[in-house]
Write a protein that binds this ligand. Sequence first.
Ligand SMILES: [Zn+2]
Length: 329
Amino acid sequence: MSDQVLLTTTVGSFGKPDYLQKARNANARGKLGEAELTELERRATEEWVRRQERLDLDILVDGEMYRGDMVAYFAERLEGFRIGGLVRSYGNRYYHKPIIAAPVRRPKPMTVEWFRFTQSLTDRPVKGMLTGPYTLLDWSYNEAYRTRRDAALALAEVVRQEAEDLQAAGARYIQIDEPAIHARPEEIEIAIEAMGVVTQNLTAKTISHICYGDFAAIYPKVLELPVDQLDLAMANYGYRWLELFDRDRFTKELAIGIVDVHSHETESVATAAEGIRRGLRYVSKERLLPHPDCGLKTRTVEESEEKCRVVVEATKVVRRELARQATPA
Ligand SMILES: [Zn+2]
C-alpha cells in the first residue's frame, strides 16, 4: 500500500444494521442489557470491517456502531458533564445538549477498546476517531469555566489523553473532528490553540474533519490548525471551496468529499472521478484522499456501502489515468 496514490478512506460513521438499531432502542427502554448490546455492536463492527475490505478501501474506520451522537458519546464518559434537556439541532432532529457543569476529567479511556478490537480484525490501518475540543465545547453549555477558551483548553487536555492512548495502542491515523469550527469564525484562534494541545505529542498522522458550514469564513486561517490532513465536504458544495485555494495555496493533505451523503441517490462513478480530478489541480496524488463528504450514519447499510463503492471505483479510474500518463507511449 505504501506506493499507492489517492488512498481511499471514509469520514467515520456508517449506517447501522436493523438488528443493532432495534437493540439500541430496546436498550434505551431498559429491555436489553449492556452486555448484549455490546455484543451486537461488536458483530456490526466486524461486518463493517469485512465490507470495507471487500470494497477495497485503504484506510478503515470502526464505523461508530457504538455511538449515537459524536458529542454526547464523550460527554457521557467524561466527568464534569451532565446531560441536559432536548434541543433542536438541524432539521427535525432533537438531541440532549450536554452541560459542562464541573471541571472536566477523563476517568478512563473512551474509544481505545473499540480501536483495539477493530484493528485486531484487519491488516489495513484503522483510524482512531475523536471529537475535537472546540466542537465538544460549542455543542454543549458551559457552566463550569469562566471563559469559552478556558473550557476549550480543559477539553483539549482530556482529548489529548485519549489521542495519546490511541497512539500507544497502535493507531497510525488519529482523526479529531471539528465540524463546529466555523460556527463562530471569531473564535477560530481558540480552536487552533486547543487542537495544539491535543496533537502536541502525536507522531501518528493527524486529521480533522470539517463539514457543513461556511468554510470560506475560516479559510486560509484554518490552515494553522495543527493537524496533517483536513477532511472536507466538497461534493455537496459543487467543489466551490476549491476556488479558495486559487487565492491562498492549500498546504495540508486533503481528504476530499466526492459523494454527497445527504441524498439517497449516489453519484455516478464518472461524476465522482471528476471530483478527484478537480482536487488534483490543487493537491498532489500522494496527498489527496478520496472519501464521502461526511459520516454515513444517516444512511442505510446498503446506501453507505454503495457510496463507498463509488468512491473506490472512481479512485481506480483516476489511478489508471495517472499510471497511463506516467508511462511513456
Ligand atoms: Zn461531517
